[in-house]
Write a protein that binds this ligand. Structure first.
Ligand SMILES: [Zn+2]
Length: 254
């Protein structure tokens, strides 16, 4: 992942996406350049965090990127496995993935440790933005998103691309035995009685098992918890923290 500065904000881009899918615009915000203070410093975009500056941060981001509010689609995420296929902006309740083929509609996933995963079929021009935390992942959010893309838009898995955004790494993600028991042993490490989960590897393996080719999965391996200057981390910050947006748009440019 590469970072660019725009109007004081620092925005993460996937250089590979620009090469393999020039019509796909894929951005991840960092915490830099917003108005929030204290634990939320500074570009907090999480509407459920109780931070009074979130709305102003959202406005600042959209102005900086030249995007209109009505073209923004957000999932009101619940760590579940429901997918919404959509054609216009707004907030979609109770879903953890959004799917579209609409041009200039920006799909937004908001995270602070969970992984944002973007799946895109360049031949069918179909896009999914997925909130893939541990709970949603074992409940089947990735499976359901790919199934929706296949059923609704007949995507060709042999050229479908996947991008895994920033999330918590296997060294930072301590889990309790109940959550650990949901995953195969190869995703769990144990040191001095502390169990850790490699959810990024689980997500990668899941994408491959569903038919996406290894060489079409891009995984920068950026940890939200290891990089406090760039990212919020729900676990590192003990629950009081902001959220980033990962934004995916099919553009006209191709
Ligand atoms: Zn880490």
């Amino acid at each position: 992942m590469k970072f660019i500065r725009k109007n004081g904000l620092m925005i993460g881009i996937f250089p590979a996406a620009e090469v393999v899918a020039p019509q796909l615009e894929l951005l991840t915000t960092t915490r830099t350049g917003g108005l929030s203070r204290g634990a939320f410093e500074s570009l907090n975009l999480g509407s459920s965090t109780g931070d009074k500056d979130v709305e102003r941060n959202i406005q600042l981001l959209l102005e900086t990127l030249g995007k209109k509010r009505e073209n923004i689609a957000r999932a009101n995420q619940v760590h579940g496995a429901e997918v919404a296929t959509i054609e216009k902006g707004g907030t979609y309740e109770g879903v953890d993935a959004l799917v579209t083929t609409e041009k200039n509609l920006t799909l937004v996933i908001n995270t602070a440790d969970c992984y944002p995963v973007i799946v895109y079929s360049p031949s069918e021009r179909a896009l999914a933005a997925i909130h893939a935390g541990s709970k949603g992942s074992y409940r089947g959010i990735i499976d359901n998103s790919i199934a929706t893309l296949m059923r609704r838009f007949q995507i060709d898995l042999s050229n479908t691309l996947a991008f895994i955004g920033p999330g918590i790494c296997k060294k930072c993600y301590s889990v309790d035995s109940k959550l650990a028991s949901r995953f195969e042993g190869r995703y769990i490490s144990k040191k001095k009685g502390v169990m850790k989960l490699d959810i990024e590897q689980f997500i990668f393996d899941k994408l491959i098992s569903l038919g996406i080719k290894r060489y079409n999965v891009y995984r920068p391996g950026l940890c939200t918890s290891c990089n406090p200057e760039l990212f919020y981390s729900y676990r590192r910050d003990r629950g009081v923290t902001g959220r980033h947006w990962t934004m995916a748009t099919i553009t006209e440019a191709w």
